[in-house]
Each structure stands twice: as structure tokens, then as C-alpha cells.
Write a protein that binds this ligand. Structure first.
Ligand SMILES: Nc1ncnc2c1ncn2[C@@H]1O[C@H](COP(=O)(O)OP(=O)(O)OP(=O)(O)O)[C@@H](O)[C@H]1O
Ligand SMILES: [Mg+2]
Length: 254
């Protein structure tokens, strides 16, 4: 199963969720690859890959056609394989502007390794650029992390519309795995109200479980670890454990 973790809004917990869902899937015994599609390479860096070791990464795979097998770094963290992002991904739109089939490049690369993995998790950048389009084209399902704050509902509605428009042009469109509420401030009345509105508006399409604000989740990337290695008993680790289970159930339902 290939899942795109997507939201064009910045700072909604995409990278944190990608890293910890991928790490959580490994803990459940699934062979998992985390693909970092961000020019900031946050996913790779937060699992302790040093800056010098980011290359070759996804920009080589997507722009130069370097085979995916050569880009994947095996067993980076507790059995998790990672394909790093990198600065050059920021130029992908420009560099591939005139190239036919540019939106299928990731799909073609992932097909090379797809048989080897049970799960491939795609950490998307905060835009609906060519990278996110490639991610949607390549994926079986997509998951939308949302931080409950002012304008979240508007952002979610417009993202949904854009994704639906993109899906129309696809031969095999990915399914919506769900909206995941993240960085939830439990005692904030405003956050509670927004969560209620998201659940009213999106019903079954919202994960039952959500991720609270947890300083451990903020600290783990600096230590280069997933939350399960950094703070296994933290609220964040328990939340992502439950969310992995729910993801497995949702994926099985199709
Ligand atoms: N549940 C949480 N509790 C506290 N801090 C969190 C939590 N989830 C994420 N963070 C922190 O919030 C910031 C934004 O999270 P993250 O990088 O995962 O979002 P993103 O959507 O990937 O951002 P971008 O759009 O820039 O790629 C990071 O500093 C991260 O460590
Ligand atoms: Mg990110």
C-alpha cells in the first residue's frame, strides 16, 4: 500500500506523522519505506540521516532517473528504509516543465521497489506542486494531517476540491484514507470547536484517534529518532500506535 501524507498548508504535522506512522508500521512487522518528497528533507534529517548523506536522494531519482534501489538507505532507524529528500526537489517543477509524463515519474520509480515493501509512506511538501501531484498519482490512498486552528476548515475544503479535480484526470485514483487531527491542544476551546466542525463536515473520513500536542514529538527529530525510540511511553508514542492500528483497519476497508 502506497500512502501519500498530504496537505498544501505548512506545519500541519505531515512530516511528524509520516515518520512515526512509517516507524510504527515497522514495529507491527511491515516492510516499510519512507519517501521524503520535501526539499527541506525534514523526514530524513529527523531520522538522523546527516546532511552530507542526503544525496543521492529523491531529486536524483525524479530528475536524473537514478534507480530507486540506489536511492533508498536501508535500515536507517529501527528497520525503516528511507529515501531522502533534498534541496534540488525545489526545482522539480521548473526542470520537468516541458517533459511529457512528468507527473508519473514517482510512480515509475516506486514500481521498481513496490513488491519488496508492504507499505510506502510519502511525506509531501506543503504545496500542491508537481511533487504532490506525483505523490497522488503514485499512491493507493492519501491521508491529510490537519492542525485544528483558525481557517483549518477552509483550507481542508479547498484542498479536498483540488485533490478531487486532480483525481478526475487519473486512470486509477487514490482513495481518501482520512483526515488526521494533529498538534491538538486539548484544553483549547477553539481547537475543540474546530475538531467538532471537522468531524461534522467529514464524518467517517476523520480518524477517530488524534495526536495531542506533545513536546516529545517536537524533541524526537533533534535526537534523530522516531517517537517510539525517543519516548516510547509518551502520549505521542501511544497516539501514533493507535493511529497505525486505525490506518491498518481503514486501509483494509479500502
Ligand atoms: N503532536 C505534536 N506536538 C507537538 N509538536 C508537534 C506535533 N506534531 C508536530 N509537531 C511539531 O510541529 C512542527 C510542524 O510539524 P511537521 O514538521 O510535522 O509539519 P509539516 O506539515 O511536515 O510541516 P511542513 O509543511 O513545513 O512540511 C514541527 O516542529 C514538529 O516537530
Ligand atoms: Mg514536512
Amino acid at each position: 500500500m502506497i500512502v501519500a501524507v498530504i496537505n498544501n498548508k505548512g506545519g500541519t504535522g505531515k512530516t511528524t506523522s509520516s515518520v512515526n506512522l512509517a516507524a510504527g508500521l515497522v514495529r507491527q512487522g511491515y516492510r516499510t519505506l519512507l519517501v521524503d518528497l520535501d526539499s527541506q528533507a525534514s523526514a530524513a534529517l529527523s531520522l538522523g540521516i546527516s546532511r552530507e548523506k542526503l544525496e543521492p536522494g529523491m531529486s536524483e531519482a525524479l530528475m536524473d532517473g537514478m534507480p530507486m534501489e540506489e536511492v533508498v538507505k536501508p535500515k536507517v532507524s529501527a528497520g525503516l528504509d528511507v529515501a531522502p529528500g533534498g534541496m534540488d526537489l525545489a526545482n522539480l517543477d521548473l526542470n520537468l516543465a516541458d517533459i511529457p509524463g512528468r507527473e508519473k515519474r514517482l510512480n515509475i520509480q516506486l514500481q521498481r521497489v513496490a513488491d519488496y515493501y508492504d507499505w510506502i509512506v510519502l511525506d509531501c511538501p506543503p504545496s500542491l506542486s508537481l511533487l504532490s501531484v506525483n505523490a497522488l498519482v503514485a499512491s493507493d490512498g492519501y491521508l491529510i494531517p490537519v492542525k485544528p486552528e483558525y481557517l483549518s476548515m477552509e483550507g481542508l475544503a479547498s484542498l479536498n476540491q483540488s485533490v478531487l479535480r486532480l483525481k478526475k484526470g487519473m486512470r486509477r485514483a487514490p482513495s481518501m484514507l482520512g483526515v488526521l487531527l494533529t498538534i491538538v491542544h486539548p484544553s483549547s476551546r477553539a481547537a475543540r470547536e474546530i475538531i467538532q466542525r471537522v468531524r461534522q463536515g467529514y464524518g467517517e473520513n476523520v480518524f477517530q484517534n488524534y495526536v495531542r500536542q506533545d513536546v516529545r514529538l517536537l524533541e524526537a527529530p533533534e535526537a534523530g529518532m522516531s517517537i517510539f525510540d525517543y519516548a516510547p511511553r509518551s502520549n505521542g508514542a501511544m497516539a501514533y500506535t493507535r493511529i497505525v492500528k486505525e490506518l491498518l483497519e481503514r486501509a483494509a476497508k479500502g
